[in-house]
Ligand binder design. Structure first.
Ligand code: FAD
Length: 306
């Protein structure tokens, strides 16, 4: 068996193979066409029985209503457990508290709490709202204080956040978020697994014991994805760029290569004991479905109609 066909399951104490846990991230659709496409994606991926599905929150709160309506529809029409992303940007504590209360009222019990990017865009200085939550740890504490039964996940940066002075400062922030009540970290996308393992060593050395779930992004469109992720501080290794060389006008082959690359990445992580993965789906099912399949995940036949 080659590396990419090795079953990714880790062995449990009883000798049985453990199915990895997966979660999916979506963004709220802007148009009716995008909405239809998102729902096809959700319906295709739902039978894979993800632990949760999360819906992002546009920069500066620009998708507040769309995030809410996507989350509400997931709750109403599927058996999936939704997690709503929320940032501190451009809103007072009162406004954020109202959003949190509204989520709680409709039955949401999981929030991905973030500081968010500076209002002027990545690279400009971050200024918190004068009456707002001051940073991500402050937001985590605020959510837990209002509703202790809301599970809070936060971000983590295997290559450190671009604004972080160094890894120690970066991990101080993660520690503050955990001390405030976060029980799961989801990483920024990375392509070199060594970054993840080195980061995990640092996190564990700091006494942080929550799961740090790798965020995996299959690159549907390499050039576009590279521009996007490098702005967020993710390294795109040369060997990865080389795999997509000459495929700019060949979407079909790009797709096969993207699936192979991401499947290779998750299988290598799994081989080293990682048993939970978060997929940045970009609202597309095909690659994520194939990669999950290669991880040994099969659709559940019994599924509530969406
Ligand atoms: P934090 O974890 O609070 O901080 C990240 C690092 O930056 C810290 O380690 C700290 O050292 C440093 N830092 C923070 N503030 C300062 C400061 N003032 N001065 C110096 N250093 C500082 N963005 C969205 O808009 N919507 C989303 O839905 C969304 N979802 C995300 C999901 C995941 C899993 C991840 C990894 C990121 C997501 N983001 C999202 C992006 C995120 O908002 C940005 O990366 C943002 O710049 C940082 O927010 P944070 O909560 O990750 O920051």
């Amino acid at each position: 068996m080659t590396e990419t066909t090795t079953p990714a399951h880790t062995e449990g104490q009883d000798g049985h193979l453990k199915r990895p846990a997966i979660s999916f991230e979506f963004f709220p659709p802007k148009t009716e066409d995008m909405e239809r496409n998102l729902w096809e994606t959700i319906n295709r991926l739902a039978p894979l029985d993800p632990k949760f599905v999360s819906v992002t929150y546009g920069a500066g709160g620009s998708t507040r209503e769309r995030t809410h309506s996507t989350i509400s529809r997931i709750l109403k029409e599927t058996p999936l457990l939704p997690a709503a992303h929320l940032t501190c940007v451009g809103a007072s504590r009162g406004e954020i508290d109202e959003i949190v209360d509204r989520y709680h009222e409709v039955g949401v019990r999981h929030i991905v709490a973030l500081r968010g990017d500076p209002a002027g865009g990545i690279g400009t200085p971050y200024a918190s709202h004068p009456d707002g939550y001051q940073n991500s740890a402050d937001l985590v504490a605020g959510i837990k204080k209002r509703h202790a039964d809301i599970e809070v996940s936060v971000s983590a940066y295997p290559e450190k956040h671009p604004e972080s002075r160094d890894f120690d400062a970066d991990i101080d922030t993660l520690k503050a978020k955990v001390d405030a009540g976060a029980t799961r970290a989801i990483t920024q996308v990375f392509f070199d697994n060594d970054f993840y393992f080195r980061y995990l060593d640092r996190v564990r050395a700091r006494g942080i014991n929550i799961p740090v779930v790798p965020g995996i992004m299959p690159m549907h469109n390499f050039k576009q994805a590279r521009n996007f992720v490098t702005r967020n501080g993710t390294t795109v290794p040369e060997w990865l760029a080389a795999k997509f060389e000459g495929l700019d006008n060949d979407a079909e082959t790009r797709k096969l290569v993207a699936a192979t690359v991401a499947a290779g990445q998750v299988q290598k992580l799994a081989k080293h004991g990682v048993d939970t993965f978060h997929f940045y789906t970009m609202n597309r099912a095909d690659l994520v479905f194939a990669i999950s399949h290669l991880l040994g995940i099969r659709a559940k036949s019994a599924q509530k109609a969406a």
